[in-house]
Design a protein around this ligand. Structure first.
Ligand code: FDA
Ligand code: NAP
Length: 457
């Protein structure tokens, strides 16, 4: 007699990815359960998270010396949702014994390395909710007796090649950004994307003495790469190639910065497509293709010093583009076209680094047959409700929520940390409201109580 395989235990939510967005969600879940223990009214939520990395890591390839945060530390994983949370950056500093030192530092913008340590400290404290080394490779529908998709099975490939299945009445996608390359470009031993810069440099032979790098792009990543390579390899020449006339400064002036506030999400969400496009056009320079003004000054200073010394190690190819890349065993020849003069220059480089930005993941790529039920806007992009739920046909009764990939609906803070704490509260409130009354079959116990995830309200 063959036995029927047991269905996996069902959770209120399954999170895909465990970067800052879903770590913040795991904290929200935990805080909600703690509150629910004290106020037994409606059940708390059970959740499990799947992360492909072996341990927590936040853009490790770009944890460059001296790189600082692009947002205030007050926009940590909790404070704007629940300032009383003990998961805030200040609680971390206190635990690390650096609170007074940090205050004396008089900055709102910690080093990225320090913020990474803060994020890892948070992730560790909610580590009971995550399975590391689990890459989600498929999502399959689970139908109820009426034939509707009421749950989803999230299938992950684990380190040993095995498949692990987690069932959720809701899923929360937070897979982050994917490195973007120019059309036709291909990553090789000598052609990199900045996302893996430090890992690539660490893998170089210790005897390697690279003499020439080419860095493409004029955003924050590109400028940081140029600065890092220039300082780390004092005998190397660094060629910066970009189409602008010069690096453009990021606008972080206070009125423009309001674009990252939770209120801006409401305004953007309710706006027409034309107004949305206008807002993005006006304020793209708060985030994209721009560089921190201090770093621009640092690079200019270095280029000028080179000129004074008569050794031009930092070479700016402005109004330029890469016209051709030819890789041979000993190096890579990058043909740079000056767009103003039409002149072509061949640069014999050891390594070419594309710092050409990132794209958001499309949840439909993982949704399999469920993707057919996703409602799209006129441009073919997924429609998303204000509470971050993917709009679907009525056949789908479970919730599919997005953290990231909602710039077209919710605005420019979609891929950033600015709004993570508040967004997580909104998603948990939405899931709580939908969950009230559904039976609990999870292996993580649902605590009693907890109606609202939005602590501090
Ligand atoms: P994030 O990309 O951090 O995490 C997604 C996670 O999902 C990753 O751990 C990934 O491994 C995992 N994952 C993906 N697919 C998976 C799958 N199929 N199965 C399982 N796991 C999967 N923003 C800001 O506001 N201030 C800042 O200072 C910076 N600084 C910054 C520096 C650099 C170098 C970059 C590239 C970006 C920033 N950002 C930023 C923007 C950045 O998007 C943001 O800080 C967060 O990383 C967003 O967090 P998420 O958790 O949404 O994505
Ligand atoms: P980005 O801002 O999107 O900049 C990409 C750059 O690449 C732009 O200069 C763009 O050109 C250029 N580019 C794009 N496609 C190209 C192509 N096909 N050919 C040539 N050039 C091309 O990307 P980013 O610099 O990686 O920044 C992404 C996000 O990460 C931002 O939010 C940023 O703040 C964040 N970040 C933060 C830190 C930090 O916290 N310290 C560090 C790095 C990144 P144009 O100039 O023509 O647009």
């Amino acid at each position: 007699m063959t036995s029927t395989p047991q269905p996996p235990p069902s959770h209120d939510l399954v999170g895909i990815g465990f970067g800052p967005s879903n770590v913040a969600l795991a904290i929200g879940l935990r805080e909600q359960r703690e509150r629910s223990a004290a106020e037994p009214a409606t059940p708390g939520l059970s959740g499990v998270f799947l992360e492909r990395q072996a341990e927590f890591g936040w853009h490790r390839g770009m944890l460059l010396d001296d790189a600082t945060m692009q947002v205030s530390f007050l926009k940590d994983l909790v404070t704007t949702r629940n300032p009383a949370s003990d998961f805030g950056f200040l609680s971390y500093l206190h635990a690390a014994g650096r609170l007074h030192d940090f205050i004396n530092h008089k900055t709102l913008f910690p080093l990225r390395a320090e913020f990474h340590d803060y994020l890892a400290w948070c992730a560790d404290r909610v580590g009971d909710q995550v399975r590391y080394g689990a890459e989600v490779v498929a999502i399959e529908p689970v139908r109820d007796e009426g034939g509707r998709i009421s749950q989803l099975d999230v299938v992950a490939r684990t380190g040993d090649g095995a498949r692990h299945r987690s069932r959720g009445r809701n899923i929360v996608f937070a897979p982050g950004l994917t490195p973007r390359l120019p059309e036709g470009a291909r990553l090789t031993e000598r052609v990199w994307h900045n996302e893996y810069l430090l890992q690539r440099l660490a893998a170089l032979d210790t005897a390697a003495d690279p003499r020439t790098f080419v860095v493409v792009g004029a955003g924050q990543s590109a400028a940081e790469c140029v600065d890092h390579l220039y300082r780390r390899f004092p005998r190397a020449r660094v060629h910066a190639v970009f189409s602008r006339f010069g690096y453009s400064p990021s606008d972080d002036s206070p009125f423009a910065n309001r674009i990252f506030d939770p209120g801006a999400v409401d305004a953007f969400y309710g706006a027409s497509a034309e107004t949305k496009a206008e807002i993005m056009g006006y304020h793209r320079n708060t985030n994209y293709s721009v560089v921190d003004p201090d770093l621009i000054d640092t690079l200019y200073h270095a280029a000028y010093q080179d000129k004074v010394k008569g050794a031009e190690r930092l070479r700016m190819h402005n109004t330029s583009r890469v016209a051709d890349v030819h890789e041979a065993p000993g190096g890579v020849t990058v043909t740079v076209e000056d767009l103003a003069s039409g002149k072509h220059t061949a640069v014999e480089a050891d390594y070419l680094v594309y710092a050409t930005g990132y794209s958001s993941a499309d949840p439909r790529d993982l949704l399999g047959e469920v993707a057919e039920h996703v409602v799209c806007d006129g441009a073919g992009r997924p429609a998303v409700e204000r509470d971050y739920r993917l709009a679907t046909s009525d056949e789908v009764t479970c919730g599919i929520y997005l953290q990231g990939g909602t710039e077209h609906t919710h605005g420019i803070s979609s891929s950033l940390l600015s709004n993570v704490a508040v967004r997580v509260g909104e998603i948990l409130d939405a899931i709580s409201a939908r969950t009230a009354g559904t039976p609990n079959t999870a292996d993580t116990p649902r605590a009693a109580g907890a109606a609202s995830a939005a602590g501090g309200r």
